[in-house]
Ligand binder design. Structure first.
Ligand code: IPE
Ligand code: IPE
Ligand code: MG
Length: 238
């Protein structure tokens, strides 16, 4: 079975999952953290190279303050509680986004996790936090403009390969499979540059219900997709 090297997921629907059960939205976020563990296991089992999870978007600051602070605290405790287990699983952790906009506690913890896992050779696990696809493109532009100003590169040298080099996760392959849960059919400012040829897969289940079986089904669906990248199949010419 052809497998994706890189899976990117918008883990959506925590709030609705909870509301359907007459629970506060925060209960959905807690339940969502459990799904992550299961999905990581499946990725390791299938020897998937990279998993990128959208945990918090820049636009999510618009939510009520109580929900935002609950989420930030949940990220801290989840990471603290699971760091050893992640390291034992040979996972290399990375955080992408405007990390300077996060608390000092969060930033310290994230750099600790990145440092301790930097030599791991198993699954690349990337967490997008305070992230936005437009932010990523803009920060790349800024770095390129500065490099041109300093005379390190010539403006005419800027092409897709060079531009890509300045975007987040530029050393990893672009996502092959994008998954969004909860029945929403949009990208919501996730990896805009990197998703240009990614296979899109949408499911109705809310993130806390997204199980190992759900991911297995997504992998089967992916294996059936024919990726053409603008070309035509050779046998169409036969
Ligand atoms: C996704 O679930 C989690 C985050 C955005 C942090 P939501 O909180 O968006 O859940 P719904 O979409 O309101 O159900
Ligand atoms: C996108 O989900 C961000 C994350 C899952 C972290 P949202 O639930 O915030 O997206 P919209 O607002 O429905 O597009
Ligand atoms: Mg949502």
């Amino acid at each position: 079975m052809r497998k994706p090297k890189h899976i990117a997921i918008i883990m959506d629907g925590n709030g609705r999952w909870a509301q359907k059960r007459m629970l506060p939205r925060t209960a959905g976020h807690k339940a969502g953290a459990k799904s992550i563990k299961e999905i990581i296991k499946v990725c390791i089992h299938h020897e998937i190279n990279t998993l990128t999870l959208f945990a918090f978007g820049r636009e999510n600051w618009q939510r009520p303050e109580a929900e935002v602070s609950f989420l930030m605290q949940l990220y801290v405790t989840t990471l603290e509680d699971n760091l050893d287990a992640l390291l034992e699983q040979n996972i290399r952790l990375r955080f992408i986004g405007d990390l300077q906009g996060l608390s000092f506690e969060m930033q310290t913890l994230m750099s600790k996790a990145e440092r301790l896992s930097s030599t791991n050779t198993g699954l690349n696990l990337n967490i997008a936090i305070n992230y936005s696809g437009r932010w990523d493109i803009t920060q790349a532009c800024k770095k390129i403009a500065n490099a041109v100003k300093q005379g390190c590169i010539d403006g005419d040298e800027v092409d897709e390969t060079l531009f890509n080099h300045y975007t987040a996760l530029s050393d990893l392959p672009a996502p092959d499979l994008f998954i969004r849960t909860s029945g929403e059919h949009r990208i919501s400012n996730f990896m805009l540059w990197q998703l240009s040829y990614t296979e899109m897969y949408f499911v109705e289940e809310c993130w806390p219900d997204f199980s190992a079986t759900s991911l297995e089904q997504a992998l089967v669906a992916y294996a059936k997709r024919e990726r053409r990248f603008g070309a035509v199949r050779e046998h169409d010419y036969a």
